[in-house]
Write a protein that binds this ligand. Sequence first.
Ligand SMILES: [Zn+2]
Length: 243
Amino acid sequence: MQIDQTSDGSYLVSTEGVNWTILADDTGVTLVDAGYPGDFSAVLDSMKQLGHGLDSLRAVLVTHAHVDHIGSIPQLLSAVSVPVYTSTEESRHARREYLQQATPLDVARNALLPGMLHWSAHIVAKGALRNVAVPTATGVPLNVPLDVPGNPVPFVLPGHTSGHTCFVVGDVVITGDALCTGHMLSRTTGPQVLPAFFDHDRAQHLSTLSMLATLDTTVMHPGHGPIYRGSLAEAVEKALIEL
Ligand SMILES: [Zn+2]
C-alpha cells in the first residue's frame, strides 16, 4: 500500500489491485471508494497512517458499485454508522437493484489477456466473488459541493456503469474507472481506459470522456494506477489514442 498526498487534505491510497481516496479536514474524514472485501484492514490501516480512527469517518463516497470499489463498505458500516453517497443512478446499483459488472464468463472469454491468471487469483483472494451490496447507498445532488469533509463536487460520467460518478476537490479530480493510469491487466502506465469487457456501455464511456477534458484540475486520482499530474484534456487525448 502506498499513500500519496496530492493537496492539502487529499490522499491517494494505492494497492496492487485498486485505489481509494481519503479526504481529511478538521471535521473528519471522507473515504472515496473502499477496495475489495479483503481490503477492509488496509482501508483502516490507511486511515490510521494519516492519524484517523474509524471514529473520524464522516461519509463514504462511491465512484461506482463494482466489488473492487465498494467491497469493504459493509464491514465499515457494521463498525460505524456513516452515510454512503453517490449519484442517484449509481446508488441504485450499489443497492443492487441491478448489477452491471463483468461476469465470470466475461473473464473466461478474455482468458488470454496478459496477466489474467495472476489478476484472477488476486481478486478471488480479495473476495471478488462475494455478493456485496450497500442497501443504505443514497443519491446526492450533482455539481454542488457535498457537506462532508473535503466538500467534493460530484458529477456523473456514465459508461463504465450507468451512474459512474467522479468528484472534484479543489485541484484534484477523482476519476474512478472513467479514466485510469494502470491496471493489473495493463502492460502500460499513463492515462488509459480499462479493457472493454469491464464497461457496461463502452461507446457511452468513450463519448463521455470529453467531459473530463473540460476540467481545469491539475491532479487525477484514478481507480487503478498511479497519480497523474497535468492537463486532463491531454490525459483524455492520450487514453483515446492508445485504444
Ligand atoms: Zn475498478
